[in-house]
Design a protein around this ligand. Sequence first.
Ligand code: C2E
Ligand code: CA
Ligand code: CA
Length: 576
Amino acid sequence: MTDLQYQLDLLKAINNKLAESERMYKLIVERASLSFIYYSKENDQYVSMGSFKKVFGFDITDHGDLERFFSNFDPSKESRVREVFFSENFSKNEESIDTLDSYGKRWFRIICTKLYDNDELTDKVIKIIDITRDMSRNEELLYMAYFDSLTGIYNRNYFITLLDGFIADAKDNGDKVALITIDIDDFKKVNDGLGMIIGDEYLQQFGSYLKEFQDDRVLVSHLSNDIFALGIYNPYGDYSVDSFINRIRKRLVEPFKMSSGQEVNVSVSFSISEYPDSGDAALTLINCGDIAMFRAKTLGNNQIVYFDAKMLEDFMSNVNLENKLSDAVLNHRFEVYFQPQYHADNQTLRGFEALIRWKDDEKGFIPPSEFIPIAEKNGSIIPIGNYVLDRSVRQYAVWRDMYDVDFTMSINISAVQYKREDFVDNVISVIKKYDVNPQNIELEITESILIDDFELVSNKLKVLRDFGIKISLDDFGTGYSSLSYLMKMPIDTLKIDKTFVDSVLSDNSTRIILDSILNMSHNMGFESIAEGVESENQYNYLNDKGCNVIQGFLLGKPLPAGEIQKVLEQAANSQS
Ligand code: C2E
Ligand code: CA
Ligand code: CA
């Protein structure tokens, strides 16, 4: 193992451990009103917590107490209870069993949640929930078939059956049916930030809130994970889609209060599909709702999107694009173009930004703004990114050998690439492979990368910078850019987004912001680059304000490697 790899692994291990113990703590503290047992593998110890003693009359402090605990349950379920309890099965990080107590009176649900460090079990939390109220022995099967066990509202399958019933009636009577799909925004953040127990409790509370709408014209369902739905027969008047959305939004202004006292505030997105416009089967309406929801999520949080036929068309063409993309990756249908960057004051060459191009036989050039997001989602950005990296560094080496010019090669890196464990090693090995001075290579990253997982990413960037590589912050000004972040960021270069350049001459407030960005960048010792410069006036303005480097159509468009020769010859002449 290399030194570097060792350091990285160590860093990762520490980070994981910290995140985990924090999560564990949250899991435990937040739900003191529940009974549970915490197991730490390190100490091989089980400890009961919360209201355990109140429910069972004793506490667990050693292995002997565990036997006493098991004897509380239906003897026919005991072996299964033990299985759930002691399981270390990596693939099932949550297992549960419902069982009667040994008196045949109360029902308990025992849920074991396991945490792992790599593949090693580290901790377990065993929750014991009294579910007697929800379930009697005879009703159990019936209940499971129709209702979602977490929220107690209709499950997906039964909802589909009932919604199809609505549609059949509507067909007979010439009526309408609307489906409102409700997706909680950023629910992952609730789960990750507050713990899964709070997450579950939120879903329960939100589900029971929605259940209040249920009557003979309204069906309420928990479709999956953080997605709920309302099926509405004849959505007019008090039953109109707007009316339901307004009521739900009004309710969400107030937080939901968890049993631990914590308050949880979320927003939701709505999508709407309808019989007969969107389709004539429940499943079709749900699928259309999914497609519209997908659109809603690309627009941000707190959205309302109605399904329409154009959306289906776009969706299909996206699917089509995705298929083409896999094809393109397999058959290497990509090329890298290079756009020159010039020092603002004397117009000498500063370097090139490598920009990917995809040429499709049917569709011609497909812009990266269309396919990069898809490639990021389906993972093909990894082979694509590796290709761009290899091509650009190799091209740098070729030009360095051909022309006597000092310049920088800037390469765009996607967040998905950073998250890979082998990212740092991978970059360094390409640079070594072509025997290139790392100081001539620059990686362009975006702020979102840093916000996601600041410590981990900035540590990786530090390793790369220590190696000599330059780091550039792309699209600056469009994201969450805050000064405090900027100060902590291990970067060398600030790329000011094109939107600023576009409006700098016409808009006063842009001018003020741009001026202060340039000032700040200068004071912090960053090199500033303005991109998308298209006119002389923009150029002059930026140069006057002390912007270091200019990139844009005014001075040069992205070109294939073969056409860069002239740029380099010219640069060689002016540098010598
Ligand atoms: P970006 O990193 O902000 O790249 C600058 C974009 O602005 C490029 O678009 C470039 O062609 C365009 N541009 C440069 N000067 C001008 C100008 O004066 N006027 C106008 N209208 N446009 C200008 P392109 O090549 O279409 O790339 C779009 C985006 O796709 C890039 O934005 C980048 O985010 C992404 N991208 C491109 N190549 C790669 C790549 O190899 N890897 C990754 N991860 N992303 C890439
Ligand atoms: Ca860029
Ligand atoms: Ca940019």
